[in-house]
Write a protein that binds this ligand. Structure first.
Ligand code: PLP
Length: 390
């Protein structure tokens, strides 16, 4: 067996749509990207969407549009990819790192309430919908969710939904909650454009700022400039913006992927459910904690944890699986352990007990649409062989 950790599924209309763009003679951002934005906004129930060339770019633009700047403080969990925090530094602001829930790897309303009390000067919060499951944004059973808690303190919310399309929470799609939500279409994500991202917001002013800063701070689209009948050279630069636009070639792949987003989600759900059923009961293996129905989960990741009584260390376990032809990954080495953040902010592992426990034992298993039944069976059998005497 040779089972990769992730595998892209481009067996739909991707080639046809890309070929059309190539034949059109216009490869960069234009009508296809606009169509992708419109369809994506419809699917997540958001009002405005702006396609960019990565989720990192989306997070940067989103935070900039929320007016985060030098000296500001932004709350973010340590258990995440560096993009969630590096964009805070791009703007000269400082991240304040938070521990996460031990089972779900999400921040909870309790963690947020405590952080808001301890850091009353925080300007914004980055919420990571880890693995494809939503953090508790909405109020539940009369208890305030993350949205209400932040609103009460005037703290802005940037949602890092790199893992969370399509994800539902409290009957709504992720993309229709906070001030700004950012998605990733990197090659191993739940849908892909090769590289790409999307900013979604309900706020027209935020949208306008994101759109302007996406392309050099120019006050018109390139597309406008080349299609307008008159004065097509004329444009103004209203801010020192960035070069973050999504080309039509990539958007064409995105349109084809969108058509199959629900089918993809269902197939990933089938993989996760299989693991959940067939890996249950292994003494030293903790399965991911669920706070929602499977059908509301994007099922981007299936991360398990080797607990303290494991007969084998995490890295040896990864190697043992690799020897059997099974590739895995680790989500994540936390940011408080990364040299830059650790040294710059004097971070200590003991301040992140839940994150530390997760990190020491975490391994993510393969999840993708083309993973076959016999491969899932082989993965589970291999894990049992390595971890138990069965
Ligand atoms: C939680 C999280 N946020 C942001 C990103 C950045 O996404 P992109 O590669 O599209 O910039 C990633 C990428 O893996 C991620 O996992």
């Amino acid at each position: 067996m040779n089972i990769p950790f992730a595998k892209v599924d481009c067996s739909g209309n991707e080639a046809e749509y890309v070929t059309k763009v190539l034949a059109s003679g216009w490869l960069t951002t234009a009508g296809v990207a606009a169509e992708f934005e419109k369809r994506f906004a419809d699917m997540v129930g958001g009002s405005f969407a702006c396609a960019v060339n990565s989720c990192t770019a989306a997070l940067h633009l989103g935070l900039e549009a929320l007016d985060v700047g030098p000296g500001d403080k932004v709350l973010v969990q340590s258990m995440t990819f560096t993009s969630s925090a590096e964009v805070i530094r791009y703007l000269g602001a400082d991240p304040i790192f938070l521990d996460c829930d031990p089972l779900t790897r999400l921040i909870t309303p309790e963690i947020v309430a405590h952080a808001l009390d301890t850091h009353p000067d925080a300007k914004a919060l980055v919420v990571v919908h880890f693995g494809g499951q939503a953090a508790c944004m909405a109020d539940v059973d009369g208890k305030p969710g993350i949205l209400s808690l932040c609103k009460a303190k005037g703290v802005k919310i940037l949602e890092d939904a790199a893992h969370a399309f399509p994800t539902r929470h409290a009957g709504k799609r992720i993309g229709s909650f906070g001030d700004v939500t950012c998605f990733s279409f990197y090659a191993n994500k739940t849908i892909t454009t090769g590289e790409g991202g999307m900013v979604v917001t309900e706020d027209k002013d935020i949208f306008t700022r994101v759109k302007t800063m996406r392309l050099h701070g120019i006050n018109r689209d390139i597309w406008d400039r080349f299609t307008a009948k008159k004065a097509n050279w004329e444009y103004d630069v209203v801010a020192p913006g960035y070069k973050y636009n999504m080309p039509d070639v990539n958007a064409a792949i995105g349109l084809a992927q969108l058509e199959r987003a629900e089918e993809f989600r269902q197939k990933r759900e089938d993989c996760c459910r299989y693991y959940h059923k067939h890996l249950a009961g292994i003494d030293c293996l903790e399965l991911p904690g669920l706070t929602c129905e499977w059908s509301d989960h994007a099922c981007h990741l299936y991360p398990v944890i080797l607990t303290e009584n494991t007969p084998i260390f995490r890295n040896d376990f990864i190697n043992a699986l690799a020897d059997k032809g099974i590739s895995t990954s680790v989500h994540y080495k936390p940011l408080h352990r990364m040299t830059y953040y650790r040294e710059h902010y004097g971070l200590k592992p003991e301040d992140f007990p839940n994150t530390e426990r997760i990190w020491k034992g975490t391994v993510s298993l393969p999840v993708y649409t083309e993973l076959k039944g016999e491969e899932l069976e082989y993965i589970c059998k291999s894990i049992r062989e390595i971890l138990t005497s069965e």
